[in-house]
Write a protein that binds this ligand. Structure first.
Ligand code: DC
Length: 207
């Protein structure tokens, strides 16, 4: 497909939306933007600089100083960064700082995943999917992922972290996590990743 299409993928934590987005980007030969990485990057810098998370102006100042370049940002996936990313993403001023980067990134088409992609960032995206799965299933997936690196992983902690983050992301005032009205919802609880991809590719090819 040579068109400059935008595929928006939203969904709760650990729903597999990142994997889906990555695979779709390869299939359709489009760049992939994991927008969560932008929030994680600010979170990582805020932790490093020991900024109090209630100090909005210091967080904004920090965000203004960051030169976002997704290709330079290392993978920042741990519980502390995830939670801090979710907390700082409640500030509207921080979200606004990230809009332009995301829109520029997708100016020649892209697959973008996050929480507000189909609702706020690309309300006119060509295709929108909302990827979800039960909390237990998402916990299990994250558990299996983390177990590879560490033996001391507790399912209940993972479940609480995911649930708390979802509640914060869904209930925030600005750009909350929600399915866009025109998004296709895919509940992947009982699905394998290849079946999810198959479904989406067929859907897109149908136009
Ligand atoms: O997609 P992720 O788990 O890497 O995102 C980490 C946090 O960043 C998420 O809990 C909320 C925030 N986020 C957001 O508010 N909007 C996005 N488009 C992407 C992430």
């Amino acid at each position: 497909m040579d068109e400059k299409i935008i595929i928006a993928i939203d969904g709760p934590a650990a729903s597999g939306k990142g994997t889906v987005a990555r695979k779709l980007a390869k299939i359709f030969n489009l760049p992939h933007l994991d927008s969560g990485q932008l929030y994680r990057h600010i979170a990582y810098q805020a932790i490093k600089s020991e900024i109090n998370l209630n100090n909005k102006s210091a967080l904004l100042e920090l965000t203004n100083k960051i030169a976002f370049d997704i290709s330079e940002i290392e993978d920042l996936r741990n519980d502390e960064i995830s939670t801090v990313a979710s907390i700082i993403s409640q500030y509207s001023e921080i979200r606004e700082q990230l809009i332009e980067y995301q829109r520029d990134f997708a100016s020649n088409g892209a697959v973008v995943d996050g929480r507000d992609i189909g609702t706020i960032i690309f309300p006119n995206a060509d295709y929108k999917f909302y990827i979800t799965a039960s909390l237990d299933q998402r916990t299990e997936r994250r558990y299996l992922q983390l177990k590879k690196d560490s033996a001391e992983i507790d399912r209940n902690n993972i479940k609480n972290d995911i649930n708390n983050r979802d509640l914060r992301d869904i209930n925030r005032k600005i750009a909350p996590l929600k399915k866009a009205e025109d998004a296709i919802e895919i509940d992947t609880t009982e699905m394998k990743i290849d079946d999810v991809i198959d479904f989406i590719v067929k859907y897109i090819h149908k136009g």
